[in-house]
Design a protein around this ligand. Structure first.
Ligand SMILES: *Cc1c(COP(=O)(O)O)cnc(C)c1O
Length: 375
């Protein structure tokens, strides 16, 4: 049996090796390593795939979030609402820009931003909401957009884990996640659902003025070469990465289906185990399963992990410490914050290997390994 890994980028590469190698060599031949044709091509393809008018490529997903917040002219002290139950990048950039992160709770079923918690967190200082489409399914965007509109607040979607996910509005309209808020931000980190062979990120918007501003910020605040209008940063997607991403984008729907098939297999196998809560998908969204994250109830999680490790089955905790309890935000001083779902999920979540290249033998072995813990 092939070694089981959380992600297997090597096997995925081998399946499209000829195309990828040719694309890389084309960039080498063109010598346009930065901002070359490959970058424009990929941005265009991604825009039409997502249904976004403007795509601004950048260096990584963290930069994308930062550039989005810089473009909105937020001022020190302005409040930005984000879930605590997410990867640190979402909240880190808020603090980096001297904005005030306001942590809200997540829904116990979807693990995405909880609407009641969001409503309670809004103050006159709230300037932006950053919902995260965690693990691959959408946050309740229709409700979030309605609340944002009512209070005149911007919405930046952190789409790093859910590229390709479809959101269905109550009138039946469908949109891709990342194109519903004022700005969408994503990451092409190798292990993401659309992963480069290095770092990469992008911003999406349908607002031309915001798109121009973000492109300017990502390029040293430059409007014209050597004329710098605003303080920006230097955040670029390499041409080689863009060329690889264009090839992978053509496979993204098929990759999502492969992930969904793995999730379905696991969920079917675990549905009879009382101590496992299998991930659920809300009816307004598809789920592209960046992670297969289950909850272990009444189980010693360390023992469970050790049991799997002894069988060479990896698993991961996403994430062992929620944002509000990270030292960078004051750690234990934030224990009084009212985030009951986040605090309940953190000690019991556990993510199993899920990627596009898992075979039947590996899946059966993992399921047996998990089941044997409960026998
Ligand atoms: C990966 C990730 C990011 C950051 O992306 P990088 O490309 O690693 O900077 C941001 N938010 C979430 C939810 C992520 O999973």
């Amino acid at each position: 049996m092939r070694k089981i890994q959380m992600v297997d980028t090597k096997t995925q590469y081998l399946a499209i090796k000829d195309q990828v190698d040719t694309a890389i060599h084309d960039v080498l031949d063109s010598a346009a390593y930065i901002n070359g044709k490959a970058v424009k091509d990929f941005s265009q393809h991604l825009g039409s795939y997502l249904g976004a008018d403007h795509v601004i490529p950048c260096a990584n997903g963290t930069d994308a979030l930062q550039i989005a917040m810089m473009a909105l002219n937020l001022q020190p002290g302005d409040e930005v609402i984000t879930p605590s139950f997410t990867y640190i990048a979402t909240t880190e950039v808020v603090a980096l820009l001297k904005l005030t992160p306001v942590f809200v709770d997540v829904d116990p079923v979807t693990y995405c931003m909880d609407i009641e918690s969001l409503k309670k967190a809004i103050t006159p200082k709230t300037k932006a909401i950053v919902p995260v489409h965690l693990y691959g399914q959408a946050a309740p965007m229709e409700q979030i957009m309605a609340i944002a509109k009512q209070h005149n607040i911007y919405v930046i979607e952190d789409n790093a884990q859910a590229i390709g996910c479809d959101y269905t509005f109550s009138d039946g309209t469908k949109k891709k996640t990342g194109t519903i808020g004022h700005i969408g931000a994503t990451s092409f980190y190798p292990s993401k659902n659309l992963g480069a062979f290095g770092d990469g990120g992008a911003l999406f918007t349908n607002d031309k003025a915001l798109a121009d501003k973000m492109a300017m910020i990502a390029n040293h605040g430059q409007s014209e070469r050597y004329y710098h209008d605003v303080v920006g940063c230097n955040s670029r997607l390499d041409s080689i990465q863009a060329a690889i991403l264009k090839i992978k984008l053509a496979h993204l729907n098929e990759y999502s289906k492969a992930r969904q098939a793995v999730a379905k297999y696991y969920s079917h196998a675990f549905s009879s185990i009382e101590q496992i809560v299998i991930p659920a998908t809300a009816d307004y969204t598809t789920h592209v399963f960046h992670q297969y994250t289950m909850q272990l109830k009444g189980v010693d999680r360390d023992k469970f992990i050790a049991h799997l490790a002894a069988k060479d089955i990896p698993c991961m905790i996403y994430y062992p410490v929620p944002g509000h309890l990270q030292k960078m935000f004051g750690g234990q001083n934030n224990q009084h914050l009212d985030l009951p779902v986040t605090n309940t999920l953190t000690p019991c979540v556990c993510s199993l290997p899920i990627h596009t290249e898992m075979d039947a033998e590996q899946l059966a072995y993992i399921v047996e390994g998990v089941k044997s813990f409960f026998n």
